[in-house]
Design a protein around this ligand. Structure first.
Ligand SMILES: [Zn+2]
Length: 440
């Protein structure tokens, strides 16, 4: 295929669904092709890079090829109600001693007993009726395989890789992020991913305005050419009112995956603002407050979130539990230390989450306990304090530090990565706009 033609095919197969759905004609596509710069030896670098990043089909495992020395065909068995491994093997003439050898020599192969109705089992039985191999298809991508080497059984988990294909979506918000995403053909999972990436910068309930818009590059996951799900968002841009935020997915050499802004700062903060979901602020930070129970002037050095009893309370950031137990008017309280400078306090808990004890490590967002009204409380709520170097700060307004960004040694690689993603996005976006404008 010549280069221009392969590009047209590329657009045909990978055009964003948003626009292809309506009335994209071949004429428009040809128009797009004509408007593309001359090809040949002078393909612009961003087009080259586009082609290079066409879905890289990862090696898929071909079951037949994996047993090259056997020309016997495998028996395929669909597990039905009432079937057990032992029964299925006996039904296929496998002697009891062999069944025993199979499930007792490799611990992994004990899992063969976990058959569910509808599962696929494959048996490799030789001319003498002896079992040489067994495969249990656990899911479309996962298989448990056992092979007999003449003396003993060896088990292995075989995982197939998805093929990954680049895709693009864009939308203008009329009502909500969710509806806009759906109209752009995005799955719920993908919309949630998008919301999570920007969750520290944008409140998707309060901050969103009509006309806000976004665009993103993401991966679609395929098996045998069929889409089975969404992979990761590789980059996203969001225009919220007058500001634009952009995020790029990057994997460090240590394997840590982060969404970073174009400068390499993390999109995450060290702390989440609100440690309890679906709550309303019932009392603010106030140095001169009259205490509702004691009826005296007493500084309110935190913020109260009213929430139903039992609502999970989340750790505001990664850290180590410094205190867990009863503490006077606080009732059941947890104090978490986050590095040198920060600590957070959660009071009036009904009870603590399992595993939360002094000294235990917690991750940001991990449930540490449940809303209650222990201690001096007039109703179920979370009393939450935020301390910086031992000084109480207003949890609603304190500037939250950004999480660690790009490691200094990897900044260059990151910037190259950002450039590549931007070029890819621009190519999709230009094509998309072109098509939209030329569609009657
Ligand atoms: Zn309070």
């Amino acid at each position: 295929m010549t280069k221009p033609l392969s590009l047209i095919m590329f657009f045909l197969t990978r055009f964003p669904r948003v626009h292809i759905a309506a009335s994209l004609s071949l004429a428009v596509l040809l128009g797009a092709a004509i408007l593309l710069p001359e090809t040949g030896s002078s393909v612009p670098s961003h087009l080259e890079s586009m082609e290079l990043t066409l879905p890289e089909l990862e090696d898929s495992i071909d079951v037949a090829d994996s047993n090259p020395e056997t020309t016997r065909s495998w028996r395929e068995i669909n597990v039905r109600s009432g079937d057990t491994l032992g029964k299925l093997l006996r039904d296929n003439g496998i002697p009891a001693t062999e069944i025993h050898a199979l499930v007792s020599s490799d611990p992994l192969l004990k899992q063969l007993a976990n058959l569910r109705v509808g599962d696929l089992l494959r048996l490799d039985i030789d001319e003498r009726g002896s079992l040489q191999g067994i495969e249990h298809q656990i899911s479309r991508v996962e298989m448990l395989r056992g092979q007999f080497d003449g003396a003993r059984w060896h088990g292995e988990h075989v995982k197939r890789d998805y093929e990954r294909q680049l895709s693009y979506a864009e939308a203008v918000i009329e009502d909500s992020l969710f509806l806009a995403g759906q109209q752009a053909g995005m799955t719920d999972n993908l919309i949630m991913q998008l919301a999570n990436i920007f969750a520290w910068d944008i409140d998707f309930i309060l901050d969103i305005r009509r006309g806000d818009h976004f665009r993103l590059l993401y991966e679609e996951l395929l098996l045998d050419g069929e889409k089975v799900g969404d992979g990761n968002i590789l980059m996203a841009e969001f225009w919220n009112r007058d500001r634009k935020v952009a995020a790029f997915r990057f994997e460090t050499s240590e394997g840590r995956v982060e969404y970073l802004d174009a400068l390499g700062n993390s999109m995450r903060r060290e702390f989440i603002r609100t440690p309890v979901e679906f709550a309303r602020v019932s009392s603010r930070f106030n140095p001169n407050r009259r205490h509702p129970v004691l009826n005296t002037i007493r500084a309110h050095r935190g913020v109260d979130y009213a929430a139903p009893t039992g609502t999970p309370i989340r750790a505001a950031g990664d850290g180590r539990v410094e205190f867990v137990g009863k503490k006077g008017g606080y009732g059941n309280v947890v104090i978490i230390r986050h590095g040198q400078a920060y600590s957070t306090l959660y009071a009036h808990m009904r009870n603590f989450a399992r595993g939360i004890r002094s000294g235990s490590r917690v991750k940001q967002g991990q449930t540490i306990g449940y809303v209650g009204m222990t201690g001096l409380a007039s109703g179920p709520h979370l009393h939450y304090e935020f301390l910086v170097n031992g000084v109480h700060r207003d949890p609603l307004t304190v500037q939250l530090p950004k999480a660690q960004g790009i490691p200094e040694g990897e900044r260059k690689a990151f910037l190259v990565h950002v450039n590549k993603l931007r070029n890819q996005l621009a190519l999709y976006s230009d094509t998309s706009t072109l098509a939209a404008n030329e569609t009657p």
